[in-house]
Design a protein around this ligand. Structure first.
Ligand code: AMP
Length: 119
């Protein structure tokens, strides 16, 4: 899939659309989902232009990959998700229900979550 620079997360990264920022470093931005599906629902995205987890794992630099996973750990711990547990989701492509074609990891927590998959 070719990266579409007009996607909403690319626009957030360029500062064209506001977001409720939770964390930022050189490689990563994290912000609150606009339609939260749990009391805590944070999206963690690389600043680089990657369409999905496959593109990211294949083409991102080691620094970008390290930064993303370290940010997920840091955010989960600091947002208090780690103790009670939480869920990470990376929807991918059509069957995965991915709506925004910029790789992102959902961090969901703050309550006991339901079954892993909706029927
Ligand atoms: P996905 O279906 O995995 O692509 O998830 C995309 C997520 O982005 C959904 O949970 C949306 O609620 C969320 N979303 C869409 N637009 C925005 C926005 N402007 N700010 C924050 N989250 C957004």
């Amino acid at each position: 899939m070719t990266y579409d620079p007009s996607n909403i997360f690319a626009r957030i990264l360029r500062g064209e659309i506001p977001c409720k920022k939770h964390y930022e470093d050189e490689y990563v931005l994290a912000f609150h989902d606009i339609y939260p599906k749990a009391p805590t629902h944070i999206l963690v995205i690389p600043k680089g232009s990657y369409t999905d987890i496959v593109d990211f794992g294949a083409n991102a630099t080691a620094e970008e990959i390290e930064a993303l996973y370290r940010a997920v750990s840091k955010i989960a711990a600091e947002a208090g998700l780690q103790t009670a547990g939480f869920r990470t989701i990376a929807n991918t492509g059509l069957n995965g229900g991915q709506e925004v074609p910029h790789f992102h990891i959902h961090l969901l927590g703050g309550k006991k979550l339901g079954p892993m998959l909706a029927e």
